[in-house]
Design a protein around this ligand. Structure first.
Ligand SMILES: Nc1ncnc2c1ncn2[C@@H]1O[C@H](COP(=O)(O)OP(=O)(O)O)[C@@H](O)[C@H]1O
Ligand SMILES: [Mg+2]
Length: 362
């Protein structure tokens, strides 16, 4: 089989820029060079695009950005006439590098939220993961909640507001939230964010106000949820039309909740399988697959849940269309447990991308 020209994209203008670099580093360690000509495109936090030809080890930190010898200004053109990467040379000329398929290793805004996916659609290049619609709907927690509730999938009680309304009439907004959610603690989140950035747990009205002010720094749409006491569990789903759901993993946050520090700095516990009954696991797998289909996900997604203490009720928390992908991340670990090793998983994701593209061409 001919080698595929694979564009691996990382970084991005996102609060999850660093996490993306770490995911990308792990992916590069495991991609089979016999199968792919790997072309690396890095995007800085400011949103500048570069073709990177240096040592991939430099991607795990920001060292790649300082490696000026090995980076060139470049981007993916939305025009279909030259598919792939356009490199801007020093002498004002440009060159072109073909891409057969793209692996966008982005988390959060400007990468996991449908924006990049829109560019790849225009360029007509196959890409790993969810399409424009499912990426943006899953990225937006308010949309996810509304759509899944409509589909009969259980969620924590929620309310939402626009920061414009809050700035205009704080009291009416706070009254509405207290009426809808009815008790503290509550969770306040920017609708479109990730890695727990801008997420707060609040115990009273003053904290609620402060949390809304924090959340609106990240998104003008703000979600407020009742606090669910219980276990946090996750299910990895893979596939386009026919999906596979993994066994269930559990996270035990080192902090009061799974905030940024608990995710990336402290030693939060990760258990595979989760400490739940077989019956609850089966139920979660079914709901995960249903939610994946309802949201129109393709390729992969990690579906996160709470299992409520006492009632054992299963409540969906959120869907991540590009879950953490480091070698110790939950998604690849769950897949490994059902017999799909990391390298094999990468090949499958790339094959699913090509398959979906061919279907849409018909
Ligand atoms: N309704 C809730 N009840 C209890 N804990 C919550 C709730 N919502 C969020 N959390 C906690 O906050 C963390 C981050 O929230 P989440 O919605 O998953 O946002 P992110 O996309 O940033 O991961 C969760 O992993 C969980 O620990
Ligand atoms: Mg989460």
């Amino acid at each position: 089989m001919d080698k595929l020209d694979l564009g691996v994209l990382f970084g991005g203008a996102s609060t999850e820029h660093e996490v993306s670099r770490r995911s990308c580093f792990s992916i590069l360690e495991k991609l089979d060079n016999e199968k792919y000509n790997i072309r690396l495109l890095g995007i800085t936090k400011k949103g500048e695009w570069y073709l990177y030809t240096g040592d991939y080890q430099n991607i795990s930190t920001d060292a790649w950005e300082k490696d000026v010898q090995n980076k060139k200004r470049a981007f993916i053109s939305p025009s279909t006439e030259k598919k792939g990467i356009i490199i801007l040379n020093e002498d004002q000329s440009y060159s072109h590098l073909n891409l057969d398929v793209i692996f966008p290793v982005f988390h959060g805004r400007n990468g996991e939220d449908g924006t990049m996916q829109g560019l790849f659609e225009l360029a007509q290049i196959p890409y790993v993961g969810c399409d424009v619609l499912s990426s943006c709907c899953c990225m937006d927690k308010i949309f996810t909640n509304i759509i899944l509730t409509q589909a009969g999938i259980k969620k924590a009680k929620f309310a939402f507001l626009d920061s414009f309304d809050f700035d205009n009439d704080e009291k009416t907004c706070l009254d509405y939230i207290e009426k809808e959610i009815s008790s503290y603690p509550m969770f306040v989140k920017p609708s479109n964010s990730g890695s727990s950035v801008g997420v707060s747990k609040v115990k009273n009205i003053d904290e609620l106000k402060a949390a809304i002010i924090l959340a609106k720094r990240y998104d003008s749409r703000i979600l407020i949820e009742e606090n669910i006491v219980g276990q946090e569990v996750e299910c990895a789903v893979l596939g386009n039309h026919k999906t596979i759901a993994s066994i269930i993993g559990e996270i035990a946050p080192a902090n009061d909740f799974y905030d940024y520090e608990a995710k990336y700095v402290s030693d939060s516990g990760l258990y595979i399988p989760a400490h739940i009954s077989d019956e609850t696991s089966e139920k979660i797998r079914k709901i995960a697959q249903k939610a994946y289909t309802v949201m129109g996900c393709k390729g992969l997604a990690r579906v996160d849940f709470f299992v409520e203490k006492g009632s054992n009720e299963v409540l969906l928390n959120e869907i991540n269309t590009m879950p953490g992908f480091t070698s110790i991340s939950m998604y690849p670990k769950l897949m490994e447990q059902i017999g799909i090793g990391y390298s094999d998983l990468l090949d499958k994701l790339i094959a699913l991308a090509v398959e979906r593209f061919k279907e849409n061409e018909r």
